[in-house]
Write a protein that binds this ligand. Structure first.
Ligand SMILES: [Fe+2]
Length: 374
């Protein structure tokens, strides 16, 4: 536990200054002697305006001010100082020869911290000044340490954000690379995986899903075909069309993916599992593996179903050539019954962004559109 006197350290670094504002030189001298006797520095002002100027210039620790002065009186000076954030913490003692209750109330209402009556009692003066200085030094300490603490909190927050960003980046990289390992056998590319997450994020965000849901779809969608790792090469890599039996086997990549991602601990992996299981389900109920219909299919699966088809149409595959954007959109339109109407509508609203995203990616992977013209 820190010694309490340490709280007063900021005030101990320099000599305490007390400003006395009074138009009566006699009282200025009395206060000056009292202040000297306490070992503090006395600064004087003979009217309200001069007091305000000296407060700005000298930054005293306490102001002792007479009420009745030519020009601006003590109440008005006090009000101004207490309304200014730069000086509102300056302790103010109003000194008056007025003894009536109304003047005392007016002094307190103007914001004064203490009231003293003329003639001044030396012992009372010492006690009141001592108390005000204790409070002032404690406030100075809080102010100084508050600023320091604020700076430290900002630094730590920036450090935490950087650390989180690194972890996030590492997570995405790991997902892309592990998924790519599975996709490698399918002759698909890392570009396809990345585009699926980018399209999905665009669409999910456009449809007003929560930030958390958008992020889960962004990170979970690249794993949609992870189950293909369980499909034999002879079927997965076959050039040309599959037999009905081979197609049935291909369909199991959804349930295999669901098994790989079973019992997830995080929201992202839960969404990844949901997408792996449902990205071939159709709104009209004619999809697989379970033939789910309408909103029985989770929104993540409905979104990835459409974006996966768009990207597959635009890309060259062993069994098909690449289509341009308009052709891909035309094919999607011709099969609109398989898509959630809201997802379908969102896709059309964002179609231009999908085109740009694919074209930008294709510039980096020209093989995607080997047989089509840019
Ligand atoms: Fe798939």
């Amino acid at each position: 536990m820190a010694d309490r006197t340490e709280y007063f350290a900021p005030g101990m670094n320099r000599k305490t200054k007390i400003l006395v504002a009074d138009d009566d030189r006699f009282y200025i001298q009395i206060f000056s002697d009292l202040i000297d006797g306490l070992g503090y520095e006395c600064i004087s002002a003979s009217n309200g305006m001069e007091a305000l100027e000296k407060i700005r210039a000298c930054k005293p620790d306490i102001l002792i001010i007479d009420v009745v002065m030519p020009g601006m009186n003590g109440f008005e000076v006090t009000r101004r100082l207490k309304n200014d954030p730069a000086t509102m913490h300056l302790p103010i003692v109003i000194v008056t020869s007025l003894t009536d209750r109304g003047s005392k109330l007016k002094g307190l209402e103007s914001g004064a911290d203490e009231l003293l009556s003329k003639p001044v009692d030396e012992a009372e003066f010492r006690a009141r000044i001592g108390n005000l200085l204790k409070v002032k030094r404690y406030e100075d300490y809080l102010l100084e340490n508050g600023k320091k603490l604020e700076g430290e909190v900002v630094d730590k927050t920036v450090q935490l954000e950087r650390a989180f960003e690194k972890i996030r980046h590492g997570y995405v990289e790991t997902v892309y690379r592990l998924t790519l390992a599975a996709e490698y056998r399918d002759k698909e590319t890392g570009g396809h995986i990345k585009r699926i997450s980018l399209y999905s994020r665009l669409l999910a965000s456009h449809m007003g899903l929560s930030e958390q849901a958008v992020e889960a779809i962004f990170f979970g969608s690249p794993m949609h075909d992870v189950g293909k790792i369980g499909i034999p090469d002879s079927v997965l890599l076959k050039e040309g069309s599959h037999t009905p039996e081979e197609f049935e086997l291909m369909k199991t990549h959804t349930t295999i993916g669901g098994n790989i991602l079973r019992d997830p601990d995080s929201g992202i992996l839960l969404t990844a599992k949901e997408i792996a299981l449902t990205h071939h389900e159709r709104w009209d109920g004619n999809g697989y593996p379970r033939g789910l219909k309408g909103d029985e299919i989770p929104i993540s699966g409905r979104i990835v179903h459409l974006v996966d088809i768009y990207d597959a149409l635009r890309s060259r595959r062993p069994y098909k050539e690449a289509f341009d954007h308009e052709t891909a959109c035309g094919i999607i339109d011709s099969q609109k019954e398989r898509f959630d109407p809201a997802v379908f509508k969102g896709f059309h609203a964002l179609a231009e962004e999908f085109r740009v995203l694919f074209d930008k990616s294709a510039m980096e992977e020209p093989d995607l559109r080997k047989t089509t013209q840019l």
